[in-house]
Unconditional design. Structure first.
Lengths: 297, 128
């Protein structure tokens, strides 16, 4: 019987390596999308020259040019914009996101995500009744889970309890305008403080969420519409001048009858006070490199 | 006479090392497929399929339908999220990556509610 020659291991390794490079690697490279690396943000260049572009158009252009996946939440309520860009990916994304009032982020998987940042007073969240209804349900459930009985609770009683449980030194410190942190307090005054915070932040909203949830449940077939107006003056001018302003956000129920006539009535109104604090907290220039990609100042 | 076995031993050692590197490379290229253990094996496999979602603005329900079509899984959005508007330009991302990214984008969660059935819903809110 002829003795079989043992197959040298190095030859085996060579052949496996060869097969791997010929079959597996090309398959993997072809299948996997090229992720955008943090270094690419400053090394790669984007070149776009487009007129009257929507964010949708810009996203499609960027995705094609960078060969990267882009995920955008919602659609901006912004008029189309002209872009002439020839700069790094980071600067281009900053410019585009800023123009449509969005913020962007590079994900771990190397994709770009964009979400609304609501700095533009004319922007508003999505108004799907079903989603809002779920928000109301979730809010009510969470308030119910705080294990605080708000019935009969009053500011005065809670604050009295807090004051009578802090130490003399702490009371003096508070009276002289100093700040105390939660860690400085014993459990008892801390629990009064927590109760006060819950009362102020949550108790007053129970009725609002409850009523909102009920109305939303009854309004199947109707649409919600977000209406923003400035309290008594011109919105665009005040935003431009960065004056302190009150914004009135109204969530409207829009009912369209069979004849196509729309009727609307306000469901909820939120007043937001805009304060220009750019002097106290100067905004970082858009083109300055961020420590983490996409992080907004 | 002595140099030949020494050389062959050296070659063999080198061969062993190369073999070890090759095996390690092979394991590394396959290991991402094993990242998700919370799903049934069949679902895990389907979630790693590369999909294509490009085009105009769409809703989560339409995205879920496209993902279902391309993966063979039943991917659904909770009824209250179905009309949520999104704009996706994904070419070659895995279904798992897409679901993860969408969840991170809006604080949603996705889980296998039944074998081969994935539900996208809002993440339970954190207690204040």
């Amino acid at each position: 019987m002829p003795r079989l020659q043992p197959f040298p291991r190095w030859q085996l390794a060579q052949r496996i390596a060869c097969c791997y490079s010929l079959l597996v690697l090309p398959a993997l490279c072809a299948a996997q999308h090229q992720p955008l690396l943090p270094a690419d943000l400053d090394n790669k260049v984007v070149k776009v020259d487009v007129k009257a572009a929507t964010l949708e158009t810009m996203v499609a252009l960027l995705a094609k040019q960078l060969n990267v996946s882009i995920y955008v939440d919602d659609t901006p309520h912004h008029a189309p914009i002209d872009f002439m860009i020839e700069t790094t990916v980071r600067k281009a994304l900053n410019r585009i996101a800023d123009a449509y009032d969005y913020e962007w982020k590079l994900t771990k998987s190397g994709a770009i995500t964009m979400v609304k940042r609501f700095q533009d007073p004319a922007e508003f969240p999505q108004t799907e009744p079903a989603e809002w209804q779920q928000t109301a349900k979730d809010a009510l459930r969470l308030i119910g889970e705080t294990e605080h009985d708000f019935s009969g609770a009053s500011d005065g009683r809670i604050l009295q309890g807090f004051v009578s449980n802090v130490t003399f030194e702490q009371a003096i410190a508070l009276l002289s305008g100093q700040r105390l942190t939660g860690r400085m307090l014993e459990e008892r005054p801390l629990s009064y403080l927590r109760e006060y915070m819950y009362l102020k932040a949550l108790a007053s909203t129970v009725g609002v969420w409850g009523a909102l949830g009920e109305i939303l449940q009854q309004m199947s077939g109707n649409a919600l519409q977000w209406h923003t107006e400035l309290d008594g003056s011109d919105l665009a001018a005040s935003v431009k001048e960065k004056r302190e302003q009150k914004l009135l956000h109204t969530l409207l129920v829009v009912n369209t009858d069979k004849a196509g006539v729309k009727q609307s009535y306000p469901l909820a109104t939120v007043t937001i006070v805009l304060v220009d604090d750019s002097e106290k907290n100067p905004k970082k220039p858009l083109d300055s490199p961020d420590t983490s990609p996409g992080e907004k100042p | 006479m002595q140099s030949k076995p020494q050389r062959s031993r050296g070659t063999e050692r080198l061969g062993n090392r190369v073999l070890a590197v090759v095996i390690l490379l092979a394991i590394c290229s396959v290991s991402p497929l094993r990242a998700q253990d919370a799903f049934s094996p069949d679902t895990t496999e389907k979630l790693h399929q590369r999909v294509q979602l490009t085009g105009e603005s769409t809703t989560l329900a339409q995205i879920a339908a496209q993902l279902s079509k391309q993966t063979g899984l039943k991917i659904e959005a909770a009824a209250y999220l179905g009309k949520h508007r999104l704009n996706l330009q994904c070419d070659g991302d895995s279904a798992e990556t897409i679901l993860k990214t969408l969840a991170n984008l809006n604080d949603w969660q996705w889980r296998e509610v039944d074998k081969g059935v994935i539900l996208i819903s809002r993440a339970p809110g954190r207690r204040p």
